[in-house]
Design a protein around this ligand. Structure first.
Ligand code: AMP
Length: 563
Protein backbone atom coordinates (compact mmCIF):
# COMPACT_ATOMS: atom_id res chain seq x y z
CA UNK A 1 0.00 0.00 0.00
CA UNK A 2 1.12 3.58 -0.67
CA UNK A 3 3.70 4.66 1.88
CA UNK A 4 2.14 6.75 4.65
CA UNK A 5 -1.13 4.77 4.62
CA UNK A 6 -2.28 2.05 7.04
CA UNK A 7 -3.55 -1.19 5.53
CA UNK A 8 -6.22 -3.33 7.18
CA UNK A 9 -4.68 -6.24 9.15
CA UNK A 10 -4.30 -9.21 6.81
CA UNK A 11 -6.64 -11.49 8.78
CA UNK A 12 -9.46 -8.95 8.51
CA UNK A 13 -8.72 -8.33 4.84
CA UNK A 14 -8.89 -12.09 4.24
CA UNK A 15 -12.22 -12.36 6.09
CA UNK A 16 -13.75 -9.48 4.13
CA UNK A 17 -12.59 -11.06 0.88
CA UNK A 18 -13.67 -14.58 1.83
CA UNK A 19 -17.17 -13.27 2.57
CA UNK A 20 -17.24 -11.25 -0.66
CA UNK A 21 -17.70 -8.06 1.33
CA UNK A 22 -14.62 -7.00 -0.57
CA UNK A 23 -14.94 -8.19 -4.14
CA UNK A 24 -11.44 -7.45 -5.36
CA UNK A 25 -12.84 -5.13 -7.99
CA UNK A 26 -11.25 -1.87 -9.03
CA UNK A 27 -13.33 1.07 -10.22
CA UNK A 28 -11.98 0.39 -13.71
CA UNK A 29 -13.49 -3.11 -13.45
CA UNK A 30 -16.79 -1.66 -12.22
CA UNK A 31 -17.04 0.74 -15.14
CA UNK A 32 -16.03 -1.97 -17.64
CA UNK A 33 -18.68 -4.32 -16.28
CA UNK A 34 -21.46 -1.76 -16.62
CA UNK A 35 -20.22 -0.77 -20.06
CA UNK A 36 -20.40 -4.45 -21.04
CA UNK A 37 -23.87 -5.08 -19.64
CA UNK A 38 -25.54 -1.71 -20.23
CA UNK A 39 -23.55 -0.38 -23.15
CA UNK A 40 -26.34 1.69 -24.74
CA UNK A 41 -28.04 2.76 -21.53
CA UNK A 42 -27.58 6.34 -20.39
CA UNK A 43 -25.00 6.60 -17.61
CA UNK A 44 -24.47 10.31 -17.20
CA UNK A 45 -26.36 13.54 -17.82
CA UNK A 46 -24.84 16.90 -17.04
CA UNK A 47 -23.83 20.29 -18.33
CA UNK A 48 -20.23 20.83 -19.34
CA UNK A 49 -18.85 24.37 -19.45
CA UNK A 50 -17.40 23.58 -22.89
CA UNK A 51 -19.59 20.89 -24.44
CA UNK A 52 -22.98 22.08 -23.13
CA UNK A 53 -25.52 19.38 -22.28
CA UNK A 54 -23.95 15.94 -22.24
CA UNK A 55 -25.80 12.62 -22.33
CA UNK A 56 -23.38 9.70 -22.17
CA UNK A 57 -24.26 6.05 -22.49
CA UNK A 58 -22.09 3.61 -20.55
CA UNK A 59 -20.23 2.98 -23.79
CA UNK A 60 -19.54 6.72 -24.20
CA UNK A 61 -18.46 7.08 -20.60
CA UNK A 62 -16.00 4.24 -20.85
CA UNK A 63 -14.53 5.55 -24.12
CA UNK A 64 -14.07 9.05 -22.66
CA UNK A 65 -12.54 7.80 -19.42
CA UNK A 66 -10.23 5.38 -21.25
CA UNK A 67 -9.15 8.07 -23.67
CA UNK A 68 -8.27 10.34 -20.79
CA UNK A 69 -6.40 7.51 -19.03
CA UNK A 70 -4.22 7.10 -22.08
CA UNK A 71 -3.68 10.83 -22.35
CA UNK A 72 -2.70 11.01 -18.68
CA UNK A 73 -0.21 8.19 -19.20
CA UNK A 74 1.19 9.96 -22.25
CA UNK A 75 1.68 13.07 -20.12
CA UNK A 76 3.64 11.07 -17.58
CA UNK A 77 1.08 10.43 -14.85
CA UNK A 78 1.66 7.08 -13.20
CA UNK A 79 0.00 4.79 -10.63
CA UNK A 80 -0.13 6.35 -7.15
CA UNK A 81 0.48 9.87 -8.45
CA UNK A 82 -1.82 12.27 -6.61
CA UNK A 83 -4.03 14.60 -8.64
CA UNK A 84 -6.10 17.29 -6.95
CA UNK A 85 -9.61 17.22 -8.35
CA UNK A 86 -11.43 20.47 -7.64
CA UNK A 87 -14.40 20.50 -9.96
CA UNK A 88 -18.09 21.27 -9.54
CA UNK A 89 -20.74 18.77 -10.62
CA UNK A 90 -19.86 18.68 -14.31
CA UNK A 91 -19.35 15.66 -16.59
CA UNK A 92 -15.60 16.28 -16.76
CA UNK A 93 -15.39 15.32 -13.08
CA UNK A 94 -16.70 11.86 -13.91
CA UNK A 95 -14.41 11.29 -16.89
CA UNK A 96 -11.30 12.34 -14.96
CA UNK A 97 -12.29 10.44 -11.84
CA UNK A 98 -12.66 7.13 -13.68
CA UNK A 99 -9.65 7.84 -15.90
CA UNK A 100 -7.39 8.31 -12.86
CA UNK A 101 -8.81 5.34 -10.97
CA UNK A 102 -8.31 3.07 -13.95
CA UNK A 103 -4.56 3.69 -14.04
CA UNK A 104 -4.19 3.69 -10.25
CA UNK A 105 -3.54 7.43 -9.95
CA UNK A 106 -5.20 8.94 -6.90
CA UNK A 107 -7.73 11.78 -7.18
CA UNK A 108 -7.64 14.07 -4.14
CA UNK A 109 -11.22 15.16 -3.50
CA UNK A 110 -11.23 18.90 -2.99
CA UNK A 111 -14.38 20.99 -3.05
CA UNK A 112 -15.01 24.10 -5.18
CA UNK A 113 -15.13 26.45 -2.13
CA UNK A 114 -11.58 25.50 -1.08
CA UNK A 115 -9.09 28.31 -1.48
CA UNK A 116 -5.32 28.77 -1.35
CA UNK A 117 -5.09 28.03 2.35
CA UNK A 118 -6.61 24.57 1.87
CA UNK A 119 -5.43 23.64 -1.64
CA UNK A 120 -1.87 24.87 -1.08
CA UNK A 121 -1.54 22.77 2.02
CA UNK A 122 -3.17 19.67 0.51
CA UNK A 123 -1.03 19.95 -2.64
CA UNK A 124 2.14 20.05 -0.56
CA UNK A 125 1.04 17.39 1.91
CA UNK A 126 0.06 14.91 -0.79
CA UNK A 127 2.91 15.86 -3.15
CA UNK A 128 0.28 16.32 -5.86
CA UNK A 129 1.57 16.05 -9.41
CA UNK A 130 -1.57 17.38 -11.08
CA UNK A 131 -4.37 19.81 -10.32
CA UNK A 132 -7.72 19.87 -12.11
CA UNK A 133 -9.78 23.07 -12.01
CA UNK A 134 -12.61 24.81 -13.77
CA UNK A 135 -11.41 28.09 -15.24
CA UNK A 136 -14.16 29.89 -13.35
CA UNK A 137 -17.02 28.89 -11.08
CA UNK A 138 -19.43 31.09 -9.13
CA UNK A 139 -17.37 34.10 -10.19
CA UNK A 140 -14.12 32.77 -8.72
CA UNK A 141 -10.99 32.63 -10.87
CA UNK A 142 -9.39 29.19 -10.37
CA UNK A 143 -6.60 29.96 -12.85
CA UNK A 144 -5.31 32.60 -10.44
CA UNK A 145 -5.62 30.13 -7.58
CA UNK A 146 -3.63 27.53 -9.54
CA UNK A 147 -0.88 30.10 -10.12
CA UNK A 148 -0.66 30.72 -6.37
CA UNK A 149 -0.72 27.01 -5.55
CA UNK A 150 2.12 26.41 -8.00
CA UNK A 151 4.35 28.82 -6.11
CA UNK A 152 4.69 26.53 -3.11
CA UNK A 153 3.66 23.08 -4.39
CA UNK A 154 6.84 22.07 -6.09
CA UNK A 155 5.70 18.60 -7.19
CA UNK A 156 2.91 20.11 -9.26
CA UNK A 157 3.65 19.45 -12.94
CA UNK A 158 0.28 19.78 -14.67
CA UNK A 159 -2.73 22.03 -14.29
CA UNK A 160 -5.74 20.70 -16.23
CA UNK A 161 -8.54 23.11 -17.02
CA UNK A 162 -12.13 22.05 -17.58
CA UNK A 163 -13.84 24.78 -19.51
CA UNK A 164 -13.09 28.24 -20.77
CA UNK A 165 -9.56 29.13 -21.74
CA UNK A 166 -6.54 27.08 -20.81
CA UNK A 167 -3.73 29.65 -20.70
CA UNK A 168 -0.11 28.86 -21.40
CA UNK A 169 1.31 26.35 -18.95
CA UNK A 170 -2.06 24.64 -18.46
CA UNK A 171 -3.80 21.85 -20.38
CA UNK A 172 -7.35 22.06 -21.75
CA UNK A 173 -9.22 18.90 -20.85
CA UNK A 174 -11.47 19.19 -23.87
CA UNK A 175 -8.43 18.85 -26.12
CA UNK A 176 -7.35 15.70 -24.35
CA UNK A 177 -10.84 14.30 -24.74
CA UNK A 178 -11.04 15.16 -28.42
CA UNK A 179 -7.58 14.07 -29.56
CA UNK A 180 -7.94 10.80 -31.42
CA UNK A 181 -5.87 8.04 -29.91
CA UNK A 182 -7.01 5.17 -32.09
CA UNK A 183 -3.48 3.87 -32.62
CA UNK A 184 -2.70 3.66 -28.92
CA UNK A 185 -6.10 2.50 -27.94
CA UNK A 186 -5.76 -1.27 -27.47
CA UNK A 187 -7.49 -1.92 -24.19
CA UNK A 188 -4.69 -4.27 -23.17
CA UNK A 189 -2.46 -1.27 -22.77
CA UNK A 190 -4.62 -0.03 -19.91
CA UNK A 191 -4.92 -3.48 -18.36
CA UNK A 192 -1.23 -3.31 -17.50
CA UNK A 193 -2.04 -0.46 -15.16
CA UNK A 194 -4.93 -2.18 -13.36
CA UNK A 195 -4.26 -1.38 -9.68
CA UNK A 196 -4.33 -3.85 -6.82
CA UNK A 197 -7.85 -3.53 -5.30
CA UNK A 198 -6.21 -3.14 -1.87
CA UNK A 199 -4.30 -0.11 -3.07
CA UNK A 200 -5.45 3.47 -2.40
CA UNK A 201 -8.09 4.56 -4.90
CA UNK A 202 -9.18 7.96 -3.60
CA UNK A 203 -8.01 10.54 -1.11
CA UNK A 204 -10.94 12.12 0.71
CA UNK A 205 -10.49 15.07 3.07
CA UNK A 206 -11.67 14.99 6.65
CA UNK A 207 -13.88 17.76 7.94
CA UNK A 208 -10.92 18.39 10.23
CA UNK A 209 -11.30 18.61 13.98
CA UNK A 210 -7.72 19.29 14.91
CA UNK A 211 -6.01 21.93 12.85
CA UNK A 212 -5.42 21.12 9.21
CA UNK A 213 -7.60 18.79 7.21
CA UNK A 214 -6.53 15.18 7.34
CA UNK A 215 -6.21 13.06 4.22
CA UNK A 216 -8.33 9.91 4.17
CA UNK A 217 -7.04 7.08 1.99
CA UNK A 218 -9.79 4.81 0.63
CA UNK A 219 -8.88 1.67 -1.28
CA UNK A 220 -10.74 0.30 -4.28
CA UNK A 221 -11.96 -2.58 -2.13
CA UNK A 222 -13.31 -0.46 0.71
CA UNK A 223 -14.81 2.20 -1.53
CA UNK A 224 -16.50 -0.31 -3.84
CA UNK A 225 -17.79 -2.07 -0.72
CA UNK A 226 -19.32 1.15 0.60
CA UNK A 227 -21.12 2.01 -2.64
CA UNK A 228 -22.32 -1.57 -3.10
CA UNK A 229 -23.92 -1.87 0.34
CA UNK A 230 -25.33 1.67 0.20
CA UNK A 231 -26.81 0.94 -3.22
CA UNK A 232 -28.40 -2.20 -1.85
CA UNK A 233 -29.93 -0.36 1.11
CA UNK A 234 -31.41 2.42 -0.99
CA UNK A 235 -32.61 0.11 -3.75
CA UNK A 236 -30.49 1.23 -6.72
CA UNK A 237 -31.12 -0.86 -9.83
CA UNK A 238 -30.22 -0.50 -13.52
CA UNK A 239 -33.22 1.76 -14.18
CA UNK A 240 -32.62 4.03 -11.19
CA UNK A 241 -31.91 7.68 -11.84
CA UNK A 242 -29.80 9.40 -9.22
CA UNK A 243 -29.65 13.16 -8.97
CA UNK A 244 -26.37 14.48 -7.53
CA UNK A 245 -26.79 18.05 -6.36
CA UNK A 246 -24.52 18.13 -3.30
CA UNK A 247 -20.83 18.35 -4.25
CA UNK A 248 -20.03 15.19 -6.18
CA UNK A 249 -16.57 14.93 -4.61
CA UNK A 250 -18.07 14.44 -1.15
CA UNK A 251 -18.48 10.87 0.09
CA UNK A 252 -22.24 11.25 0.35
CA UNK A 253 -22.65 11.99 -3.37
CA UNK A 254 -19.73 9.89 -4.50
CA UNK A 255 -20.01 6.56 -2.74
CA UNK A 256 -22.98 6.43 -0.37
CA UNK A 257 -24.13 5.16 -2.88
CA UNK A 258 -23.78 8.21 -5.14
CA UNK A 259 -22.04 8.16 -8.49
CA UNK A 260 -20.03 5.04 -7.61
CA UNK A 261 -23.15 3.13 -6.58
CA UNK A 262 -24.96 4.21 -9.74
CA UNK A 263 -22.13 2.99 -11.95
CA UNK A 264 -21.87 -0.20 -9.89
CA UNK A 265 -25.58 -0.94 -10.64
CA UNK A 266 -25.75 0.41 -14.18
CA UNK A 267 -27.99 3.27 -13.06
CA UNK A 268 -27.97 6.82 -14.39
CA UNK A 269 -26.45 9.84 -12.66
CA UNK A 270 -27.82 13.30 -13.35
CA UNK A 271 -25.48 16.09 -12.26
CA UNK A 272 -27.01 19.30 -10.94
CA UNK A 273 -24.63 22.25 -10.87
CA UNK A 274 -25.98 23.40 -7.53
CA UNK A 275 -28.56 22.26 -4.97
CA UNK A 276 -30.88 25.25 -5.39
CA UNK A 277 -34.51 24.29 -5.86
CA UNK A 278 -34.68 26.34 -9.08
CA UNK A 279 -32.00 24.03 -10.52
CA UNK A 280 -32.95 20.78 -8.87
CA UNK A 281 -36.73 20.59 -9.22
CA UNK A 282 -36.93 21.14 -13.01
CA UNK A 283 -34.22 18.49 -13.41
CA UNK A 284 -36.17 16.03 -11.26
CA UNK A 285 -39.21 16.56 -13.47
CA UNK A 286 -37.37 16.46 -16.81
CA UNK A 287 -35.16 13.48 -16.03
CA UNK A 288 -37.72 11.56 -13.96
CA UNK A 289 -35.27 11.25 -11.11
CA UNK A 290 -35.91 8.37 -8.70
CA UNK A 291 -33.26 8.94 -6.00
CA UNK A 292 -31.80 12.10 -4.54
CA UNK A 293 -29.78 12.97 -1.49
CA UNK A 294 -28.98 16.06 0.49
CA UNK A 295 -28.31 17.70 3.82
CA UNK A 296 -31.43 18.87 5.71
CA UNK A 297 -31.04 22.48 4.55
CA UNK A 298 -31.19 21.42 0.93
CA UNK A 299 -34.19 19.16 1.49
CA UNK A 300 -36.03 21.88 3.38
CA UNK A 301 -35.43 24.34 0.51
CA UNK A 302 -36.76 21.85 -2.04
CA UNK A 303 -39.91 21.25 -0.02
CA UNK A 304 -40.54 24.94 0.57
CA UNK A 305 -40.08 25.70 -3.09
CA UNK A 306 -42.37 22.87 -4.13
CA UNK A 307 -45.17 24.56 -2.24
CA UNK A 308 -44.82 27.53 -4.57
CA UNK A 309 -43.93 25.83 -7.84
CA UNK A 310 -45.63 23.39 -10.15
CA UNK A 311 -43.16 20.61 -10.57
CA UNK A 312 -44.02 16.99 -11.13
CA UNK A 313 -41.71 15.15 -8.76
CA UNK A 314 -43.79 11.98 -8.58
CA UNK A 315 -40.91 9.91 -10.00
CA UNK A 316 -38.90 10.31 -6.77
CA UNK A 317 -38.90 7.10 -4.72
CA UNK A 318 -36.36 7.91 -2.02
CA UNK A 319 -34.74 11.01 -0.59
CA UNK A 320 -31.66 10.25 1.46
CA UNK A 321 -30.88 12.84 4.11
CA UNK A 322 -27.61 13.06 6.01
CA UNK A 323 -24.54 15.11 6.87
CA UNK A 324 -26.58 16.68 9.67
CA UNK A 325 -29.43 15.29 11.73
CA UNK A 326 -32.72 15.21 9.80
CA UNK A 327 -35.31 16.41 12.29
CA UNK A 328 -38.44 14.28 12.72
CA UNK A 329 -40.46 17.26 11.48
CA UNK A 330 -38.51 17.44 8.23
CA UNK A 331 -38.56 13.66 7.87
CA UNK A 332 -42.34 13.61 8.11
CA UNK A 333 -42.65 16.46 5.62
CA UNK A 334 -40.58 14.51 3.07
CA UNK A 335 -42.82 11.50 3.29
CA UNK A 336 -46.12 13.41 3.43
CA UNK A 337 -45.45 16.15 0.90
CA UNK A 338 -43.49 14.11 -1.62
CA UNK A 339 -45.13 10.77 -1.00
CA UNK A 340 -41.72 9.14 -1.17
CA UNK A 341 -39.54 7.30 1.32
CA UNK A 342 -37.03 9.05 3.52
CA UNK A 343 -33.75 7.31 4.20
CA UNK A 344 -31.68 8.67 7.04
CA UNK A 345 -27.92 8.49 6.63
CA UNK A 346 -25.15 9.10 9.09
CA UNK A 347 -21.56 8.79 8.06
CA UNK A 348 -18.19 10.37 7.64
CA UNK A 349 -15.37 10.72 5.16
CA UNK A 350 -13.42 8.16 7.20
CA UNK A 351 -15.87 5.58 5.89
CA UNK A 352 -18.23 4.54 8.66
CA UNK A 353 -21.83 4.71 7.53
CA UNK A 354 -25.28 3.90 8.87
CA UNK A 355 -28.67 4.21 7.23
CA UNK A 356 -32.29 3.33 7.81
CA UNK A 357 -33.71 0.57 5.62
CA UNK A 358 -36.59 1.35 3.29
CA UNK A 359 -38.84 -1.20 4.99
CA UNK A 360 -38.03 -0.10 8.54
CA UNK A 361 -40.96 0.85 10.78
CA UNK A 362 -41.97 4.50 10.50
CA UNK A 363 -40.56 5.50 13.89
CA UNK A 364 -37.13 4.07 13.01
CA UNK A 365 -37.02 6.03 9.75
CA UNK A 366 -38.18 9.25 11.37
CA UNK A 367 -36.34 9.10 14.68
CA UNK A 368 -33.03 7.28 14.08
CA UNK A 369 -30.04 7.39 11.77
CA UNK A 370 -30.24 3.67 11.08
CA UNK A 371 -27.74 0.87 11.49
CA UNK A 372 -24.40 -0.07 10.02
CA UNK A 373 -24.02 -0.90 6.41
CA UNK A 374 -22.17 -4.19 6.32
CA UNK A 375 -22.32 -7.34 8.44
CA UNK A 376 -18.62 -6.86 9.20
CA UNK A 377 -18.99 -3.43 10.83
CA UNK A 378 -18.18 -3.31 14.53
CA UNK A 379 -18.94 -0.45 16.84
CA UNK A 380 -18.30 0.46 20.45
CA UNK A 381 -20.14 3.19 22.32
CA UNK A 382 -17.83 4.37 25.07
CA UNK A 383 -17.69 6.78 28.01
CA UNK A 384 -14.98 9.41 28.57
CA UNK A 385 -12.58 6.69 29.75
CA UNK A 386 -13.07 4.60 26.64
CA UNK A 387 -15.16 2.02 28.53
CA UNK A 388 -18.21 0.63 26.72
CA UNK A 389 -21.53 1.87 28.09
CA UNK A 390 -24.59 -0.40 28.49
CA UNK A 391 -26.96 -0.69 25.51
CA UNK A 392 -29.24 2.31 25.26
CA UNK A 393 -26.86 4.69 27.03
CA UNK A 394 -25.18 7.59 25.33
CA UNK A 395 -21.48 7.62 24.54
CA UNK A 396 -18.92 8.31 21.86
CA UNK A 397 -19.10 6.12 18.80
CA UNK A 398 -15.98 4.18 17.81
CA UNK A 399 -16.17 2.11 14.65
CA UNK A 400 -14.19 -0.22 12.45
CA UNK A 401 -15.06 -2.36 9.47
CA UNK A 402 -14.49 -2.99 5.78
CA UNK A 403 -15.25 0.61 4.79
CA UNK A 404 -13.56 2.40 7.70
CA UNK A 405 -9.95 3.50 7.21
CA UNK A 406 -7.26 2.36 9.63
CA UNK A 407 -5.33 5.61 9.62
CA UNK A 408 -4.98 8.98 7.92
CA UNK A 409 -2.31 9.51 5.27
CA UNK A 410 1.04 10.65 6.67
CA UNK A 411 -0.36 11.40 10.12
CA UNK A 412 1.33 8.87 12.41
CA UNK A 413 1.11 10.96 15.54
CA UNK A 414 -2.50 12.01 15.01
CA UNK A 415 -3.46 8.42 14.19
CA UNK A 416 -2.35 7.31 17.66
CA UNK A 417 -5.12 9.49 19.13
CA UNK A 418 -7.72 9.10 16.41
CA UNK A 419 -7.77 5.26 16.49
CA UNK A 420 -7.76 2.88 19.44
CA UNK A 421 -5.24 0.02 19.63
CA UNK A 422 -7.82 -2.35 18.10
CA UNK A 423 -8.15 -0.13 15.06
CA UNK A 424 -11.49 1.47 15.96
CA UNK A 425 -11.88 4.99 14.56
CA UNK A 426 -12.98 7.43 17.27
CA UNK A 427 -15.73 9.33 15.47
CA UNK A 428 -16.20 12.07 18.08
CA UNK A 429 -19.97 11.69 17.62
CA UNK A 430 -22.21 11.05 20.61
CA UNK A 431 -24.82 8.39 19.90
CA UNK A 432 -27.02 5.81 21.54
CA UNK A 433 -28.13 2.49 20.14
CA UNK A 434 -31.48 0.73 20.35
CA UNK A 435 -32.03 -3.03 20.57
CA UNK A 436 -32.30 -3.35 16.80
CA UNK A 437 -28.89 -1.74 16.38
CA UNK A 438 -30.19 1.62 15.16
CA UNK A 439 -28.11 4.60 16.18
CA UNK A 440 -29.42 8.00 17.13
CA UNK A 441 -26.94 10.84 16.93
CA UNK A 442 -27.28 13.02 20.00
CA UNK A 443 -24.37 15.42 19.57
CA UNK A 444 -20.60 15.32 19.35
CA UNK A 445 -17.56 15.93 21.46
CA UNK A 446 -15.25 17.00 18.68
CA UNK A 447 -14.27 20.56 18.10
CA UNK A 448 -16.13 21.06 14.89
CA UNK A 449 -18.89 23.25 13.50
CA UNK A 450 -21.34 21.59 11.11
CA UNK A 451 -22.56 24.44 8.91
CA UNK A 452 -25.39 22.82 6.98
CA UNK A 453 -23.21 19.78 6.30
CA UNK A 454 -20.00 21.75 5.66
CA UNK A 455 -17.56 20.96 8.43
CA UNK A 456 -15.38 23.63 9.99
CA UNK A 457 -12.46 22.80 12.26
CA UNK A 458 -12.60 25.30 15.13
CA UNK A 459 -8.89 24.81 15.72
CA UNK A 460 -8.00 25.70 12.14
CA UNK A 461 -9.90 29.00 12.27
CA UNK A 462 -8.60 29.79 15.77
CA UNK A 463 -5.06 29.22 14.47
CA UNK A 464 -5.63 31.99 11.92
CA UNK A 465 -7.43 34.43 14.23
CA UNK A 466 -4.71 34.24 16.84
CA UNK A 467 -2.34 35.73 14.24
CA UNK A 468 -4.23 39.03 14.44
CA UNK A 469 -2.07 41.51 16.37
CA UNK A 470 -5.01 42.69 18.50
CA UNK A 471 -6.03 39.19 19.60
CA UNK A 472 -4.86 37.71 22.89
CA UNK A 473 -6.98 34.55 22.81
CA UNK A 474 -9.83 33.10 20.79
CA UNK A 475 -12.35 30.28 20.84
CA UNK A 476 -14.54 29.43 17.86
CA UNK A 477 -17.78 27.62 18.66
CA UNK A 478 -21.01 26.54 16.99
CA UNK A 479 -24.10 28.71 17.39
CA UNK A 480 -27.56 27.47 16.44
CA UNK A 481 -29.02 28.57 13.12
CA UNK A 482 -32.58 27.84 12.02
CA UNK A 483 -31.65 27.15 8.40
CA UNK A 484 -28.16 25.67 8.46
CA UNK A 485 -28.36 24.03 11.87
CA UNK A 486 -25.12 25.66 12.99
CA UNK A 487 -22.92 28.60 12.12
CA UNK A 488 -19.66 29.58 13.72
CA UNK A 489 -19.15 32.30 16.28
CA UNK A 490 -15.72 33.65 17.26
CA UNK A 491 -15.15 34.63 20.89
CA UNK A 492 -12.16 36.93 21.33
CA UNK A 493 -10.13 38.31 24.19
CA UNK A 494 -8.29 41.37 22.90
CA UNK A 495 -5.08 43.00 24.10
CA UNK A 496 -5.84 45.74 26.65
CA UNK A 497 -7.30 48.88 25.11
CA UNK A 498 -8.03 47.26 21.72
CA UNK A 499 -11.39 47.05 20.03
CA UNK A 500 -12.50 45.03 17.06
CA UNK A 501 -15.48 45.16 14.75
CA UNK A 502 -16.80 42.07 13.02
CA UNK A 503 -15.85 43.44 9.60
CA UNK A 504 -12.20 43.81 10.63
CA UNK A 505 -12.03 40.16 11.64
CA UNK A 506 -13.71 39.10 8.42
CA UNK A 507 -11.31 41.08 6.21
CA UNK A 508 -8.33 39.69 8.15
CA UNK A 509 -9.51 36.12 7.60
CA UNK A 510 -10.36 36.68 3.94
CA UNK A 511 -6.76 37.78 3.42
CA UNK A 512 -5.69 34.35 4.69
CA UNK A 513 -7.54 32.89 1.67
CA UNK A 514 -9.63 30.32 3.48
CA UNK A 515 -12.92 28.94 2.21
CA UNK A 516 -15.70 31.45 2.73
CA UNK A 517 -17.89 28.96 4.59
CA UNK A 518 -15.25 28.82 7.35
CA UNK A 519 -15.59 32.51 8.20
CA UNK A 520 -17.16 33.12 11.62
CA UNK A 521 -20.55 34.74 11.28
CA UNK A 522 -20.59 36.48 14.60
CA UNK A 523 -18.03 38.05 16.89
CA UNK A 524 -18.21 38.22 20.68
CA UNK A 525 -15.50 40.19 22.47
CA UNK A 526 -15.15 39.14 26.11
CA UNK A 527 -12.85 39.83 29.06
CA UNK A 528 -12.27 36.17 29.90
CA UNK A 529 -13.34 32.69 28.91
CA UNK A 530 -15.26 30.30 31.15
CA UNK A 531 -12.96 27.45 32.20
CA UNK A 532 -13.47 23.74 32.81
CA UNK A 533 -12.31 21.95 35.99
CA UNK A 534 -9.08 21.26 34.14
CA UNK A 535 -8.67 25.01 33.44
CA UNK A 536 -9.31 24.56 29.74
CA UNK A 537 -11.60 26.94 27.83
CA UNK A 538 -15.09 25.60 28.34
CA UNK A 539 -16.54 25.58 24.85
CA UNK A 540 -19.66 23.99 26.25
CA UNK A 541 -20.30 27.14 28.29
CA UNK A 542 -19.50 29.37 25.32
CA UNK A 543 -21.93 27.43 23.12
CA UNK A 544 -24.58 27.85 25.81
CA UNK A 545 -23.76 31.54 26.14
CA UNK A 546 -24.24 32.25 22.44
CA UNK A 547 -27.33 30.03 22.21
CA UNK A 548 -28.89 31.95 25.13
CA UNK A 549 -28.00 35.28 23.56
CA UNK A 550 -29.58 34.26 20.26
CA UNK A 551 -32.69 33.03 22.02
CA UNK A 552 -32.99 36.39 23.83
CA UNK A 553 -32.48 38.31 20.61
CA UNK A 554 -35.15 36.29 18.78
CA UNK A 555 -37.59 38.68 17.25
CA UNK A 556 -34.89 41.28 16.88
CA UNK A 557 -33.96 41.03 13.19
CA UNK A 558 -30.66 42.92 13.41
CA UNK A 559 -28.29 40.69 15.31
CA UNK A 560 -25.19 42.58 16.36
CA UNK A 561 -22.16 41.47 14.41
CA UNK A 562 -24.03 38.98 12.22
CA UNK A 563 -23.77 38.92 8.45
P1 AMP B 1 -17.98 14.39 6.80
O1 AMP B 1 -16.73 13.62 7.04
O2 AMP B 1 -17.76 15.72 6.16
O3 AMP B 1 -18.98 13.57 6.05
O4 AMP B 1 -18.60 14.72 8.24
C1 AMP B 1 -18.93 13.67 9.09
C2 AMP B 1 -19.59 14.19 10.33
O5 AMP B 1 -20.85 14.83 10.00
C3 AMP B 1 -19.97 13.10 11.29
O6 AMP B 1 -18.89 12.67 12.08
C4 AMP B 1 -21.06 13.79 12.10
O7 AMP B 1 -20.51 14.64 13.07
C5 AMP B 1 -21.77 14.63 11.05
N1 AMP B 1 -22.94 13.90 10.52
C6 AMP B 1 -23.03 13.21 9.39
N2 AMP B 1 -24.26 12.70 9.21
C7 AMP B 1 -24.99 13.08 10.28
C8 AMP B 1 -26.35 12.86 10.70
N3 AMP B 1 -27.23 12.16 9.97
N4 AMP B 1 -26.73 13.37 11.88
C9 AMP B 1 -25.86 14.10 12.64
N5 AMP B 1 -24.58 14.35 12.30
C10 AMP B 1 -24.14 13.85 11.12
Amino acid sequence: MLEGCCPWPSELAETYTARSTWENLTFGDVLDRSARHFSEREALVGVSPVMGEVRDTYHDLKIKADRLSLQFLRLGLRPLDRIILQLPNIPEFVYIYFALLRIGAIPVMCLPPHRLSEIGYIARHTGAKGYVIPSEFHGFDYLELAKDVRETAFHLEHVFVAGGEAPEGTIALVELLEQPLEKDYPEDHLKVYRPNPNEVAVFQLSGGTTGRQKVIPHTHNDYVCCCKFSALMIGFAPYSIFLASAPIAHNFSLTAPGLNGAVYCGAKTVLALNPNPETVLPLVEAEKVTYMNGVPTMIMNWLNHLEKGHYDVSSVKVIAGGGFRVSPHLGRRVQQELGCRLQQNFGMGEGFHTCTRLDDPEEVIIETQGRSLTPEDHIKIVDDDGVEVPLGEMGELWARGPTVIRGYYRAEEHNRDAFDPEGFYKTGDIVWQDKMGNLTVAGRNKDMINRGGEKISAEEVEGLIIGHPKVLNTAVVAMPDPLLGEKSCAYLILHPGETMEFEELKVFLMEKKISKFKLPERLEVVEEFPLTNMSKVSKKDLRKDIADKLANEKGNPTLPGSV
